[in-house]
Design a protein. Structure first.
Length: 293
């Protein structure tokens, strides 16, 4: 790409949005006509070791993610898996809840006397994987290779988001997005694209906040993920059939006509796709400049 072509503010963003709109219209037409393939089967990730921090609270996981750690544990936990903390490394602290039992019923909180409740917090020192040496964790290199092979994964990293894996089968979620982290429980590219769309939606401040999964957010992520992969040249992996089934189920649950709901969100969806594509272009140009310098 000619670097001059990206000098005009918003020039590439407009081009990428037009590209996204064309792909979105093609997929939407297929949805309307019912000309969609069968949904792809999920290829689950099976981690050969447990990662304790996957059970941490969101705030504690975010503390680790902000320091660039996808796996963080206490000194003894690392020792249990044959690794030790490097000399001179400094820990960071997480909050650990102190549990007790409720002394009386609390109808407002749905708690009965004797139920376990959080009575306070203490801090605990932990270290990230890169702060340790020792025995390699089973599957660590394989999973790192899978993550590095994901298309536009550098976009997520440039936004300060680390991509991690977990055992997806039986977990109840194929993937997740939280500020600073994308988690993948399956190897399907469509799941990564879905979570990356959540990240773009969040970055554009157009995502709807609140408890639970919001219908509009899920349509943007699933439809946008399919659009993104088709723009990147992955027509099979975009999984139109899976996207249709996913969106249709959410719309039925929320009593909204599917095609109308998707159509209303096309512009927001294409903005998210265009942001990812534009960022990928900018990263590619920067990398080319560094090579030629």
């Amino acid at each position: 790409m000619d670097p001059a072509s990206i000098s005009a503010p918003g020039a590439t963003l407009m081009i990428q949005k037009e590209k996204a709109q064309a792909a979105a219209q093609e997929i939407l037409t297929a949805f309307e006509e019912g000309s969609i393939p069968k949904a792809l089967a999920n290829i689950f990730i099976h981690r050969n070791h447990d990662v304790p921090c996957r059970r941490w609270s969101f705030s504690n996981r975010l503390l680790a993610a902000l320091r660039g750690h996808h796996d963080a544990r206490g000194f003894r936990q690392w020792k249990e898996v044959g690794r030790y903390v490097k000399a001179g490394e400094h820990s960071f602290s997480i909050l650990v809840p102190c549990m007790g039992k409720a002394r009386e019923d609390d109808e407002a909180r749905g708690i009965q006397a004797g139920d376990p409740v959080v009575v306070g917090f203490v801090t605990a020192p932990v270290f990230g994987y890169r702060q340790t040496d020792g025995a390699p964790l089973p599957g660590e290199e394989e999973e790192a290779g899978f993550i590095d092979s994901l298309p536009v994964v550098e976009v997520a990293r440039s936004w300060g988001i680390q991509v991690v894996t977990y055992s997806g089968q039986g977990s109840g979620a194929l993937g997740y997005f939280a500020p600073g982290e994308i988690g993948l429980g399956v190897r399907n590219l469509s799941t990564f694209a879905h979570e990356l769309m959540h990240a773009a939606d969040h970055r554009l401040a157009t995502i709807t906040h609140g408890r639970g999964q919001n219908l509009d957010n899920e349509i943007v992520a699933e439809f946008g993920g399919a659009v993104l992969l088709e723009c990147l040249g992955f027509p099979t992996e975009s999984d139109r059939g899976g996207a249709f089934a996913y969106i249709e189920a959410y719309c039925k649950k929320n009593l909204r006509p599917m095609i109308a709901a998707v159509t209303e969100l096309v512009d927001r969806t294409c903005n998210c796709v265009a942001l990812v594509l534009e960022t990928a272009d900018q990263l590619a140009v920067t990398a080319d400049h560094r090579k030629s310098a």
